[in-house]
Design a protein around this ligand. Structure first.
Ligand code: DC
Length: 229
């Protein structure tokens, strides 16, 4: 395993991490890993099994019989115990389940161990909340993406609309849910969402996807030069 082969992209929801990370992975021929999808899948699965995520000990017990698979590739497949949850986890209500289950330290440890198995000598673009701080603190290149809450909520709303997943949710509700989630993600005790000291901060508010991805690629190349000196 060579954890320095990781381009870590962290940031709050709707900051454009997935779009940018996928594009950067294409541009530098890297493997793309979406760690949020893992928390979503586990949150959804445990909620289905238990009806709630409030009994932490019961959630932890389930981990013993969970087999998570992330085969990678363009389809971004994610499976739990053989069940394909790729589409299911994109529903609006699953975001809150992911954020809630991510508070449990044993869940974070379980998924971190899994994430470490996905990284070998191949260059990898990994996106999440704690990749540069906790998951892969020796990443070659760290990015912290951000934008205002209003812009991020509008992006999330547009995504849900495009996928036909709005189901009666309006923009105000999306903004409110996102702010609640960001607060929980950045105030939790274990691996809170925050910018690593050595992460490059990119405010994507007034930038196009191409501009942001080019900036990340340029910074990555600069880091490769710096570290190979
Ligand atoms: O990126 P996303 O919206 O798919 O993430 C869903 C939730 O998963 C997010 O609100 C917090 C949690 N998460 C986390 O705690 N750590 C990560 N590395 C990725 C996601």
């Amino acid at each position: 395993m060579n954890f320095s082969q990781v381009i870590a992209i962290d940031g709050p929801s709707g900051s454009g991490k997935s779009t940018i990370a996928r594009l950067v992975a294409q541009k530098v021929s890297a493997i793309y890993v979406d760690t949020g999808a893992m928390f979503r899948a586990l949150g959804y699965f445990c909620h289905q099994e238990l009806g709630s995520l409030s009994a932490t000990d019961q959630v932890i017990n389930i981990l013993d019989r969970v087999k998570i698979e992330y085969p990678g590739g363009d389809q971004r497949l994610i499976l739990i115990n053989g069940e394909d949850l790729t589409q299911t986890i994109r529903q609006h209500h699953v975001s809150a389940l992911a954020s809630e289950i991510s508070l449990i330290p044993a869940v974070r440890e379980f998924l971190l161990t899994f994430q470490h198995t996905l990284v070998d000598d191949h260059l990898c673009v990994m996106e999440g909340r704690d990749i540069g701080t906790v998951g892969f603190p020796h990443s070659l290149c760290k990015i912290f993406l951000t934008a205002s809450a209003e812009v991020r909520a509008q992006r999330r709303y547009n995504q849900l609309e495009a996928k036909g997943e709005l189901k009666g949710v309006n923009l105000k509700q999306v903004l409110q849910d996102m702010e609640e989630r960001d607060h929980r993600d950045s105030h939790r005790v274990e691996a809170p969402l925050r910018r690593a000291e050595d992460a490059k901060l990119i405010d994507s508010e007034n930038m196009s996807i191409e501009q942001v991805s080019d900036m990340v690629v340029e910074y990555y190349r600069q880091r490769v030069k710096e570290t190979s000196r």
